[in-house]
Ligand binder design. Structure first.
Ligand code: ATP
Length: 241
């Protein structure tokens, strides 16, 4: 692994009096794709939201490129180059696909710091051909999977160095899942690091280098994805229903 640029350690997160995460720790290296796995309610979404500063309270340490995030606000965290794609698609249904992308446009922080050349709608349309076809269509008329793609594309318009994707394959048609796999591979090639929360092992296996498995808010297992596929005991214990 190259030098880690996102290092989470001793992370606890709370909703009101309820503690949801217990000393969670993991790393993401530049250009790496890491899957955060676990069953429903294991704490995957809470982990991503904790990194972005979107939970009620979190303690511990989240260091991104040498900066401690744990006391920063969500907009400050986003400005440091972290993009978040929540599970529910947050598009503007009355705007066209192209207008949705324009809304997400942010100037790159410093050209020397971005993962690659700045994202433009044209560059994104190469990555997402079905968005290109629909560019002048109202976003509200697209399928759920296409809306998910648009949410990811709009996040990329902010030129993040890393993106956090929350269960991108959840509830979308198999053909879009295949496109999503291709898109993540392409993004990886462009230098963006990706932390993807996922329950679906075939999807994680198709995109990720390594996996961490959460159960009841704790990291219970970590390995490279190929070993996890072969590790029936770990799969049964932490992933299968
Ligand atoms: P899923 O696949 O169902 O989204 P997950 O692994 O992402 O699962 P989380 O959504 O992080 O899990 O939920 C972890 C725990 O936190 C669950 O027990 C859930 O009920 C609880 N939880 C999540 N959001 C809140 C909230 N806003 N208030 C209180 N408890 C919450």
């Amino acid at each position: 692994m190259t030098e880690p640029f996102l290092v989470v350690s001793g992370l606890d997160a709370f909703y009101g009096a309820a503690q949801i995460l217990f000393s969670v720790g993991f790393e993401l290296a530049p250009g790496e794709v890491v899957a955060l796995m676990g069953r429903n309610g294991a704490g995957k979404t809470t982990t991503l939201e904790s990194i972005m500063g979107l939970v009620a309270r979190r303690t511990g340490s989240i260091v991104f490129r040498g900066r401690e995030l744990v006391r920063l606000r969500p907009y400050e965290i986003a400005r440091l180059g972290l993009g978040f794609v929540p599970e529910d698609r947050r598009i503007f249904t009355d705007l066209t696909v192209l207008e949705n992308l324009e809304v997400g446009r942010r100037r790159p922080m410093q050209s020397s710091e971005t993962a690659s050349e700045p994202w433009t709608p044209e560059r994104l349309f190469q990555l997402f051909p079905n968005l290109a076809e629909a560019r002048n269509r109202s976003a509200g008329r697209m399928s759920g999977g296409e809306q998910q793609m648009l949410t990811i594309a709009r996040t990329l318009m902010g030129n993040p160095l890393a993106i956090l994707l929350d269960e991108p394959s959840e509830g979308i048609a198999p053909i879009i899942v295949d496109q999503m796999i291709g898109m993540i591979a392409e993004l990886k090639r462009s230098g963006v690091a990706i932390l993807v929360s996922e329950q679906n092992l075939p999807f994680a296996a198709a995109v990720a280098d390594r996996a961490y498995i959460l159960e009841h808010g704790q990291i219970k297992f970590t390995d490279d994805i190929r070993s996890l596929i072969q590790n029936e005991e770990a799969r049964r214990a932490y992933l299968e229903l």
